[in-house]
Design a protein around this ligand. Sequence first.
Ligand SMILES: [Zn+2]
Ligand SMILES: [Zn+2]
Ligand SMILES: [Zn+2]
Length: 119
Amino acid sequence: MQRLCDMCEKKFGQKSDLFRHKKTIHERRKDYSCDKCKKKFGQKSYLHVHLKTVHEGQRDYACKKCEKKFGIKANLLTHLKTVHKKSQRLRMRPVSEEIRTEIEFAQTPKDSSQMSQRL
Ligand SMILES: [Zn+2]
Ligand SMILES: [Zn+2]
Ligand SMILES: [Zn+2]
């Protein structure tokens, strides 16, 4: 069942998503502030990622193709898509399939031996 935001007509699958959307987009509440640089965030998870990547320099997500590292998975996925996509042999597959493959890459960084056998 879909829930509609009464302020912008955006649709959400879950009540909690709508609630979070209204809170962050329309009320512009930013309850979580970084005590190191005073930046504010609407969600605790954003603050967490900010702390890890900006202040602790954490880079958990490494690209298997060029060893570049990223603090958040989304950046790695974007990197894969923009930098390495052209050389991929998955051209014939539908886009969703390709994205799923990239996510698997991102989630199993130490699985390279199995991966190459399967390919
Ligand atoms: Zn809205
Ligand atoms: Zn900060
Ligand atoms: Zn790369």
